[in-house]
Design a protein around this ligand. Structure first.
Ligand code: NAI
Length: 463
């Protein structure tokens, strides 16, 4: 029986070739295969994975499988799947449900399918953005009569989400509560998903321990920053072929993703302005040489707008009405609510190609909207390069091993991997790029009071 939904299984050979290339760029994951392949610490784990189904994720999935896990997978965004990667994973026998350009209804149907293992429900979640976790937790709350949200969904997303919960409740009453009880832990990939987990913890609603992978230094200070530095401009170029040098770009937000995005645009020769709400990040942007402005100040003159905030309603309809003809508007934050796309729905849309739309404003000015406001580096390009994703995903695998093998030791709170593992992840990536570490002399070890083998920094150090 085929237990997958992919665009075209005949793409698997192409996917397999690209996976083989990616493996040469993902030394962290390959080292974990060598270290743990035999002992299979994930044997018995049934992992429901919800994370962009790319070539890099294929290497992650195959690492989890090699470490003994059973895995079922869906993408965490309707536009981020690389169909050849999904095909290769399906052909390898791992159930995957992911199609680039899937509908919202399909998205939530696929999110449901990742929990249905032959042996029973999933006992682990590997999440990116928190949708798989929220599906189970909200479904269980609805079953327990703790929430009435189901009666008044707002956005298209919510409508599809609640419809799927309703469908599952009808088909298998009590399923969500049972499935929730089976979960031993969740590892979460991104800033936005981590926010959701901390909120759950604060409200006493986190029913299992969670590992915040995002805040490993070797994740957020690398993937969010250096990853976006390469993939932001890649997305804009593949979508528009616009000349970036000399153009004015506005980056909303100067956190890790904003820093990478601003650097990306500057590297392409754009004149970059930044908006921020946080005085520390605003000061950082200014001292990195960017003009810090309000969106209102820059909206009429800029050519390219990118949101990176994880916040909602950052670029609003009143801003888009002011933009000049052929301004490019896109988002690289996790969710599509950073730009008020819904407010554009009654305007004239012309589809240029998949994930690129031209929208006519009442003034006659046209906007180029990327990926309908969903994260453009994955919608319009192929996301971050393998090497940086190796660091992120090595943290993911270590988090899954920790939760699966020692989950009972953890209370139902959100944790970060210990620093010695963070340093281990970095260490595994040095050889590939020819980095030579300096070793301290015994005198230096004593003088600094830092162990020769690390950890080298206290937990409060910020990098
Ligand atoms: P962060 O918290 O480090 O940075 C966000 C920044 O936006 C903060 O400095 C905040 O002060 C600022 N901000 C908030 N509201 C604002 C507003 N109204 N105007 C201007 N600035 C505002 O978060 P991080 O790690 O940079 O992540 C940002 C988003 O990107 C999250 O949704 C995250 O999940 C996502 N992400 C996307 C990736 C991708 O490949 N597309 C990769 C990693 C993260």
């Amino acid at each position: 029986m085929t237990d997958h939904i992919v665009k075209d299984i005949s793409l698997s050979e192409y996917g397999r070739k690209e996976i083989a290339i990616a493996e040469t760029e993902m030394p962290g994951l390959m080292a974990l295969r060598a270290e743990y392949g035999e002992s299979e610490p994930l044997a018995g784990a049934r992992i429901a994975g919800s994370l962009h189904m790319t070539i890099q994720t294929a290497v992650l999935i195959e690492t989890l499988v090699e470490l003994g896990a059973d895995v079922r997978w869906a993408s965490c965004n309707i536009f981020s799947t690389q169909d050849h990667a999904a095909a290769a994973i399906a052909a390898g026998g791992t159930p995957v449900f992911a199609v680039k350009g899937e509908s919202l209804e399909e998205y939530w149907d696929y999110a449901d399918r990742i929990f249905h293992f032959e042996e029973g429900g999933a006992n682990m979640i590997l999440d990116d953005g928190g949708d798989a976790t929220m599906y189970i937790l909200l479904g269980a709350q609805v079953e327990e009569g703790q929430t009435s949200l189901l009666d008044n969904p707002g956005s298209e997303e919510e409508v599809a989400f609640f419809a799927q919960i309703r469908k599952r409740m009808k088909e298998s009453p009590g399923w969500f509560v049972k499935q929730r009880a089976m979960i031993k832990g969740v590892s979460e990939e991104t800033t936005t998903g981590v926010h959701r987990l901390y909120k759950l913890m604060e409200n006493g609603q986190l029913p299992f321990p969670a590992i915040n992978v995002n805040d490993s230094v070797t994740k957020s200070k690398f993937d969010n920053k250096y990853g976006c530095k390469e993939s932001l401009v890649d997305g804009i170029r593949r979508a528009t072929d616009t000349m970036m040098a000399g153009k004015t770009a506005v980056v909303c937000g100067y956190g890790d993703v904003g820093k990478g995005s601003a650097a990306s645009l500057r590297g392409a020769g754009a004149r970059v302005k930044v908006t921020e709400i946080d005085p520390i990040c605003a000061l950082q942007a200014a001292m990195d040489g960017f003009e810090v402005v309000t969106l209102e100040d820059a909206v009429k003159t800029a050519d390219i707008f990118v949101t990176t905030t994880g916040n909602k309603d950052v670029i609003r309809i009143e801003h888009m009405r002011e933009m000049k003809d052929m301004a490019i508007v896109g988002n690289i934050g996790h969710f599509d609510n950073e730009i008020q796309v819904a407010a554009l729905k009654n305007h004239k849309w012309t589809k240029i190609k998949d994930q690129v739309d031209m929208i006519e404003m009442p003034s006659g000015a046209r906007l180029i909207l990327l990926s309908e406001g969903r994260l453009l580096n994955l919608g319009n390009a192929t996301g971050h390069p393998s090497f940086v994703m190796s660091a992120s995903f090595t943290n993911q695998v270590l988090a899954q091993i920790e939760l699966w093998t020692r989950g009972e030791d953890y209370p139902n709170e959100v944790f970060i991997l210990p620093k010695h593992l963070d340093e281990k992840v970095a260490r595994l990536h040095l050889d590939r790029i020819g980095v030579k570490l300096t070793t301290m002399s015994p005198d230096q070890v004593e003088y600094l009071g830092v162990p020769a083998e690390g950890p080298y920094k206290p937990d409060h150090y910020r990098y």
